[in-house]
Ligand binder design. Structure first.
Ligand SMILES: Nc1ncnc2c1ncn2[C@@H]1O[C@H](COP(=O)(O)OP(=O)(O)O)[C@@H](O)[C@H]1O
Ligand SMILES: [Mg+2]
Length: 255
């Protein structure tokens, strides 16, 4: 038992509906600072929906209704007047398919800085290089910063998406099955990168790959049909789950 856990995000009694369909049912979860939290469970159980709740990405979907509370550093991100752009810079997301902008490598990383009004060239240069190094991409791209990001191999595109987030100094990085389009070698590299990033950032990852959750995460939440069935330290979820449904899933009897 660690003495002083510091939670960056606390989700309480969270319900979410897409129109008449309830996709999240009274979900509770705490995300500890500078740890990797994995959301696992069968397809359609609400993992991506819950991840999107954490930076209000569901706001973009018409007909979504949310009740309950999501605190980021003690402040309700759904309170009136919250700056959603600032929230999404602070809680950035990496998607299943790498989605760099159809711009140069450089402009992808500098994009958020420009939006934020940073126009010191020297500052931007420093931050772009630092972000690319932080995503383990600098050596791959330093000679082609002006090339289109779309020319990069998929795994480098995914690390570019990480670099794009790092440039605006997030606190939390959300990753929705970030390796599902990648081969095993590229996957291993992203996993290693996550273990490096978590020294500085807090990470929440959705994965359908239970070995991945077991390898890299500190905490795991098992979801089923919109409910958080069990949330605990990953070692416990995978060795002695309390709920029979978790046990059935991790032992391969279901899902
Ligand atoms: N934009 C949407 N509109 C309506 N229903 C949705 C939408 N996105 C997801 N759903 C439904 O919500 C449930 C949870 O989906 P999702 O969060 O994508 O699950 P997972 O990521 O675990 O596969 C599923 O039943 C899915 O069909
Ligand atoms: Mg999903």
């Amino acid at each position: 038992m660690s003495a002083a856990k510091e939670n960056v995000i606390t989700v309480s009694n969270l319900d979410l509906w897409y129109g008449a369909f309830q996709a999240l049912i009274s979900v509770n979860m705490a995300v500890e600072k500078q740890k990797i939290t994995a959301l696992i469970g069968p397809s359609g159980c609400g993992k991506s929906t819950l991840l999107r709740v954490l930076n209000r990405m569901n706001d973009l979907i018409p007909g979504v209704k949310i009740t309950g509370e999501v605190l980021l550093e003690g402040r309700n991100i759904y309170a009136p007047g919250v700056d959603v752009c600032a929230l999404r810079a602070n809680v950035g997301m990496v998607f299943q398919r790498p989605n760099p902008f159809p711009l140069s490598v450089w402009d992808n990383v500098a994009f958020g800085l420009k939006v934020a009004g940073q126009n010191s060239r020297a500052q931007v240069e420093e931050i772009v290089e630092r972000s690319l190094r932080g995503a383990w991409l600098w050596d791959n791209v330093k000679d082609k910063l002006d090339h289109s990001a779309l020319e990069l191999p998929l795994d480098q595109q995914q690390r570019l998406c990480v670099a794009r987030l790092l440039a605006v100094e997030p606190e939390v990085i959300l990753m929705d099955e970030p390796c599902s389009a990648l081969d095993p070698i590229a996957t291993a590299k992203i996993e290693e990168l996550m273990l490096e990033l978590v020294k500085q950032y807090t990470i929440v990852i959705v994965t359908h790959n239970m070995q991945q959750a077991a390898r890299i995460s500190n905490y795991s939440g098992y979801m089923l049909l919109g409910e958080m069935i069990e949330f605990d330290e990953t070692s416990r979820i995978f060795t002695s789950p309390k709920d029979k449904r978790t046990d059935d899933y991790i032992s391969g009897r279901y899902g």
